[in-house]
Every structure is written in C-alpha cells, then in structure tokens.
Design a protein around this ligand. Sequence first.
Ligand code: ADP
Ligand code: MG
Length: 267
Amino acid sequence: MNESLLESLPVGLRELARQHLPDKPVHIPTPEERDQRERELSRRLTKQMEVQKAMVYLDKSLWPAGIPISFTFGEWKPNKQPDQEKARAIGNQAWTIAKEATKNGAFNVALLGSPGTGKTSLALAIADKLKKDKGWSWMFVSTTELKSLVEAQFDAYDVKQRIANIKRAMTEVNVLILDDFGTEGGLVSRINEPGYKGAHANLQQLMYEVANARYSKTDKMTIITTNNTNQELERIYDPKIVSRLVTKKKAHRIAFNGMEDVRAMEG
Ligand SMILES: Nc1ncnc2c1ncn2[C@@H]1O[C@H](COP(=O)(O)OP(=O)(O)O)[C@@H](O)[C@H]1O
Ligand SMILES: [Mg+2]
C-alpha cells in the first residue's frame, strides 16, 4: 500500500482507498514509458488499418466473369510448356522482378504474349509475393470488365458510385494488375483501320487519372498483361497513358513468345 498516496487524500477517503487500492504501490509511468506505449499503440493501429485497407482494395477487384483467381510461384510448372528452358527463364524473370521491387521499391511490369501462355498467372504470383514479403496491398482489374462497367455508367447512380470506388482503389493500391490491357480496344483488324477512334472517352479519362497518380511512385507497381503491341495500345489509348503504364525497360518486360497455349493443350 502506498502510504504517501493515502496521506495525500482527504481523511474521509483514506479508509475507502485502503480497502480498494491494490497492495502494491501504484506505478506511475515515466514520460519515456508513456511515449513508448503510445508509439507501440500507434504502430499497432497503423498495421491494423493497413490490413483492413488491403482487404478493401482486393475486394474492389474486377475478375474475369466475376470469378476470383489466385496463383503463386510454387504453382508455376515449366514442364507444361514444350520449351521448358524458356518457361523456366520466364518464371525466374518474374521472381527476380518481385525480389527487386521488395528490395528497391516499385516499378512497372509488362507481361506480353498470346492467350493461354501464363501471363495472368505470373502477374498474380508477383502480387502474391509482394504481399507476403513486403506487406503490399494488391488488386486485379480485368480491363474487359472495367470497360463494360464504364460503358454502363451513364444513368445508373450506383454504377457511378461503384466506378468511383474502383478508381480510388486503383489509384491507392500498391500493386495494380491491369489484366488483358488492350482487349477493350476490340479486334486488331479494327484497331488498325483508318478512322479508328480508340477506347471510350470515359475509360480513357479513368486510365489517365490512374496512370498519372501512380506514375513514378516508389510504392506503386502497375503490372500490365497484354497481347497487343505498343503500337496498337497507342491507337487504343492516348500515348501519354501508354507511356505511363507500359514499361520500356527490358528487364521489366516479360516476353512470352515461344510459349504455347496451355489451355488449348489441356483441353
Ligand atoms: N507454366 C505453367 N504452370 C502452371 N500452370 C500454368 C502454366 N502456364 C499456364 N498455366 C495455367 O494455364 C491457364 C492459362 O494461363 P493464364 O495465366 O491465364 O494465361 P494468359 O494470361 O497468358 O492467357 C491457367 O489456368 C494457368 O494457371
Ligand atoms: Mg490472361
């Protein structure tokens, strides 16, 4: 019992305090201890908020046909491909990219090639690794689904709201996968016709704002998968958008040429 503490109380309260106060002296934290405790609490709250935000971003994902997919590096099987050497090298390049970003910060990544060769799978594997190794949030946006949503936006208020939320997530999330970027432009034969107008103005605007907000930020990685050439992409979108989203750095461009359509071989 802390006698000096009791002495400081009015006489009438002393007996009450004697009955209810703990026997051990009450420890009054030093300013240093208080600071330490506050720092610890604020660290824990920040962490909790980050985890919650990450869940919100992932939840805003637009999956192909609405069905979520996942893929990790452990699932990458070079022997699915006739050219196993090349398939192994591609997997290693994606792995090295994830390592480099963990160590040095974000940059953009492009996975280029025809359908069924594993582009989407390795994009997901990179996001999964950065989530595990660096705690980065990620989301998946199928550009085909985004196009449908944006073109439906005109009257429906709830669609507008939903797009605004998706756009915000696309701007803020650490790793943004833009899947099948360019398919929203339509058939290649049509893209190359004279007089082709490119993607819908609303979609251009959204992509421009997202690309601009993310550009050159060390905690924002944009991963593009596409089977269009840069030339085609620049007919679909303003070249300013393409240059901010699609990297020209060779080490960050994963070329899937020589890879076969795995889906077709299984089917
Ligand atoms: N090397 C691989 N190892 C394991 N699964 C693969 C491999 N390549 C492709 N797949 C599987 O084949 C299917 C098509 O791959 P996907 O990544 O969707 O190709 P893309 O995005 O290039 O069209 C998916 O189910 C994917 O998981
Ligand atoms: Mg794909």
